[in-house]
Design a protein around this ligand. Sequence first.
Ligand code: PRX
Length: 650
Amino acid sequence: MPEFIDSILKEHRIFFPSEEFKRKAIIKSMAEYSKLYKKSVENPEAFWSGMAQQLDWLKKWDVVLRNDAGFFKWFEGGYLNVSCNCLDRIIKSGKKDKIAFIWEPESGESKTYTYGQLLKEVCRFANVLKKKGVQRGHVVEIYLPMIPELPIAMLACARIGAIHSVVFAGFSYDALKDRIQDSNAELLITADGSFRNGKVFPLKGNADAALKECPTIKNVVVVKRTGSSVNMQNSRDYWWHELIKEKDIKDFCEPERMHSEESLFILYTSGTTGKPKGILHTQAGYLLYVYQTFKWIFDIKDKDVYFCTADIGWITGHSYIVYGPLSNGATVVMYEGSPTFPKPDRFWRIVEKHKVTIFYTAPTAIRALAKEGDEWPSRCNLSSLRLLGTVGEPINPEAWVWYHKVIGKDKCPVVDTWWQTETGGILITPLPGATPLKPGSATKPFFGIVADVLREDGSKANADEGGYLVIRNPWPGMLRTVWNNPDRYKHTYFEKFGVYLTGDTAKIDKDGYFWIMGRIDDVIKVAGHRIGSAEVESSLVSHAAVAEAAVVPYPHEIKGQAIYAFVVLKNGIKKNDELKEGLKKHVADHVGPIAKPDKIQFADDLPKTRSGKIMRRILKVIAEGSTDYGNIMTLADPGVVEVLAKNMVK
Ligand code: PRX
């Protein structure tokens, strides 16, 4: 077991919310949590339909929940519009001039959008999309950096009933191409480039390369961000700023009346094998779930300034930068860049500048910033902070305690929120005014969520016994299917136990606290980003020198996990460091820099079963520097293991 997971499981400290925090919190005690939790799981339909009254409906639903042969439907017969619930509804409540977004670019010249301004921008762009022929049910691919046009484009799609599919701007052309091809998108929104660490990244160049193999894309809208010169193809590529200014583009766009179960967005994520899966989320259930989780877990108040450091290209940004906060009428800081550029105080400067009260980030960033030393945060005024959050990977107790002490000054609760692209919103989490915190534990299930840990045979694990983390009941924010692949939905998530299989292992302690231990599949969490080994492997084998490749995670002090690749070269190819660097660059260029292996080991052979299946389990043990291989006698050639272990890259 990697050392940091081991240290999580040995943690015993408990931190209680302060009396002051409790007094002002929406949920104020464990007694209140337990009472409401009991109600929510005893009668989830009554619970969720009660919560759903808070949204603006064009028509109320007929049925709260229906199981359609394993595909769950929420609020059928109901109609609403998600963008109206995030904008028009908030404006109607008197918050037209409240700031919705504070955008903090790398240059530091921040820009704000009130709810009123945001609605106008969204409507204008929605009208542009319509003019370009986008209709309800069409897929729009969005490949943008962290600029305001990204949430504007998403909300514009929601307004007209188009389905957005956002691709993280850190991905490169092969990843973009695969996602466009699977979603059959017909319009792409991108930018001339993006800034990161003072450098310019050629988004449009990547898009052009991908589009050579994406015939479904008819139009491309390009945001001018960096001013780099780009190729604009006649009758296909258009500038955002020109389209938006055309005379017939109006300031208001009539919202589409969307059925609860029509598609809202697709977001691709990595699974066990094969290409990434298009996770599909629909309208009402998703909106309700992110609305309610955001409200209670972040204990949101009208005056709060909430800063989530995630990229909108991942689910955290969808749910907790865009839909959850806006539907609550919150003020959200979105930033462009990285935590350590130009200096390791980037986050703390932003907190000071905008008087951020709630801060949500990933353990990787916390570890990286803790390593830089306390002087960076101590030079900034962080006194506005009242609540901290973390997401994306297990947090080791040392990092948790540093976060709580140095950033939160021992007064801010830390909500360690466990969830996934598939779950739409947070499922296991503390409630900051109620839950006693144990560093490293995501604590308890949210309302309406019945989480459990099972053994291989499906029986319930004992307290403190590790096993498969499952969710026993449907919830409104859950994925509805895998885009174009309903069989994969059933097989991946429901076949093993008949209840939702998360893909994580966990244990529940004697107090009912959940401790997430890691993935059971071939997903690698590099700096909290979800990378599929299959995507990296197929990129490596697409290189002319490579015959075969297998990729596994190994523990990394800052990133949590990093990528270790075992590569078998084609006959006659020389093994040298230059080729290793070439292979790393190949993956970075094709899939994206985050998927780049940190370590590459050339191998003559890989451990395989007699039927030819690569035993990644054994490769993982080697990459961890351990010799705890288990039974290797079932391998076609057990001798391979020793040779690989001897040559392991330290
Ligand atoms: O392994 C779990 C880990 O991230 C996975 C989901 O990744 P993704 O779909 O990219 O969504 C990330 C943001 C929600 C999970 O299966 N994970 C997420 N949150 C935590 C976590 N592991 C431990 N603790 C968490 N708080």
